[in-house]
Design a protein around this ligand. Structure first.
Ligand code: NAP
Length: 288
């Protein structure tokens, strides 16, 4: 039986809303499995209350916390130090409190890269086409570039994310070995051309997410080719329309469920110094 006592270390999730999150289940189960004296709670914190909440957690000596959008951007400013990926992305989803100094990390991209690797795919030195330029896309873009993906063709709308995507493209070309190019997602000819030479395509837009399950950024399955991996960051539904079309074209597919698991596993490692028992957590909460 789990004992909460005077030595229990506090970890948490901050966001608004937070009650739907699987993170408390995943982390508390992992603490119990390893027999380590930690607890993970979720706190509903509105954006305007974030600084106060962080101050309180710091004051209480919490070991660390996760945060959801839109707090990930503001959390950057509240940290004393940022990991290279968090700095480039401009967003923090995991904070470690080391004696009152806050270290900010972004484990979303790490979670994505681990999920690909764990599924048995090797994309290092290869070419990726990435769809979208929101929070998830930027985390994947930066981590893939830092980890050694050779080339990334980034497709997004000529809308609110375009300028940020342009700046990020320029920075990554300057600061990493990866060759990044930005394209307008409305140009399907260009998208087809880039897909033809890609080893992996990753949907990091909301398109196809429940309840809009009939939508897909790529509608024409002849745009996929054999041997290409098709991945989606969406995990509800488990199989998106994009993944269905890709499967019909003979491509291996992967949803975002294990990205979610591995971003949590990386946060767990940062707080506890121990590996999350992922096989057990997968079986209990992440059955595909
Ligand atoms: P976000 O910051 O709002 O970004 C959404 C992106 O999708 C933006 O680039 C947006 O373009 C684009 N988009 C929306 N509708 C589009 C359309 N019709 N055509 C082309 N592009 C479109 O959201 P996010 O936080 O990155 O989340 C995106 C998805 O990832 C969600 O489904 C979320 O659940 C999932 N996610 C999964 C994980 C995981 O662990 N598996 C982690 C984080 C997020 P504009 O900027 O032009 O609006």
């Amino acid at each position: 039986m789990r004992i909460i006592n005077g030595h229990t270390k506090l970890t948490a999730l901050l966001g608004h809303p937070v009650s739907h999150s699987i993170s408390p289940l995943m982390h508390n189960e992992a603490f119990e499995q390893l027999g380590i004296n930690y607890v993970y709670l979720s706190f509903d914190a509105k954006e305007e209350e974030l600084e106060q909440t962080v101050d309180a957690l710091k004051h209480l000596g919490a070991r660390g916390w996760n945060c959801t959008m839109p707090d990930k951007i503001r959390m950057c400013e509240l940290c004393d130090f940022l990991s290279p990926a968090a700095k480039l992305i401009g967003a923090v989803n995991t904070v470690v409190n080391e004696d009152g100094k806050l270290y900010g990390y972004n484990t979303d991209g790490i979670g994505y890269m681990l999920s690909i690797q764990e599924a048995g795919f090797d994309i290092i030195g290869k070419k990726m086409t990435l769809l979208g330029a929101g929070g998830a896309a930027m985390a994947i873009l930066v981590q893939a570039a830092l980890d050694g993906v050779r080339e990334i063709s980034l497709f997004c709308r000529h809308g609110k994310s375009w300028k940020h995507a342009e700046e990020m493209t320029a920075r990554l070309n300057e600061e990493t070995m990866c060759h990044v190019q930005l394209f307008d997602i409305a140009d399907k000819e260009l998208l087809k051309r880039e897909l033809d030479t890609s080893d992996i395509v990753t949907n990091a837009t909301n398109v196809g997410m429940s309840p809009n399950e009939d939508a897909s950024v790529i509608e024409d399955k002849s745009m996929f080719h054999q041997g290409m991996i098709v991945s989606d960051v969406i995990y509800s539904p488990r199989e998106t329309k994009l993944m269905k079309l890709a499967k019909e074209a003979g491509c291996p597919t992967l949803n975002g469920l294990y990205m979610l698991l591995y971003q949590g596993a990386e946060a767990f490692r940062l707080w506890t110094g121990k590996d999350m028992p992922v096989a057990h957590i997968k079986e209990k909460y992440f059955e595909q």
